[in-house]
Design a protein around this ligand. Sequence first.
Ligand code: SF4
Length: 263
Amino acid sequence: MPRLTPADLAPLNKTLEERTPQELLSWAASIFGERLALLSAMQMAGSIVCHMIAEAKLKIPVLFVDTGVNFQETLDTRDRLINEQGLNVITLHPTMTMADQIQQRGILYLTPEGQKECCNMRKIQPLLTTAGKYDGIVGSLRRAEGGRRGGVPILAIDQDMKAVRVNVLANMTDEQMQEYLASNHVIVNPLHDQGFTTISCNRCTTPVLPSEPPRAGRWRHLGPWSAYCHINPTDRDAASSPGIDLDQDVLNRLFGRETDFAI
Ligand code: SF4
């Protein structure tokens, strides 16, 4: 099967920089068809992408990892997206309950190494149960978030999921995000109105003060706001990816090559 490498994506990314999020979504749907999904943790940015999917009547399923220790508000947001926007949300679960995990492994999230292990078991492994099912995975990372996301590309290779990540909001500024929220009926996790700038498990997420960085509420107990769960490969330390294998048809659509010829 033909291989897609990070070097292949670089020129393509340049051509996509001026596209709007809605254009990128429609483009991704035309490239990946039924093998495209959105990954959302039911935070504000993900909800905006959900709204765009619903508005454009795109049949893109939404992958949501229920770690078993999500806030009730997060689960309620998921249910509203299903019931009010008609989205097809696929909920993925870890194999162990948090109670069983604590009994067998202790309270992992209290240390930096344990946090990595816990996030791997409760977030990454559940997502990996779908590896190979999708060629494209839409994300809602934004460069305006700063930190490791300050230079997030629109397209990136997800080696573990064997898919192309499509960060349709990469260029959306904070102001554009607020404008979108003000002009549209977006179903937003109510925790954002309670001081939560980003939202994850209830064990590891707190509200932030106006004077704090947006990610200060994530793993506050672990220190200087440097932790990520790594469910998004572009949040990890840079590592060269050998690339992923994709059908020739998908690659042809990705690069706009003619396919109506016979060999
Ligand atoms: S955010 Fe905390 S509780 Fe949730 S999976 Fe990661 S370490 Fe575990």
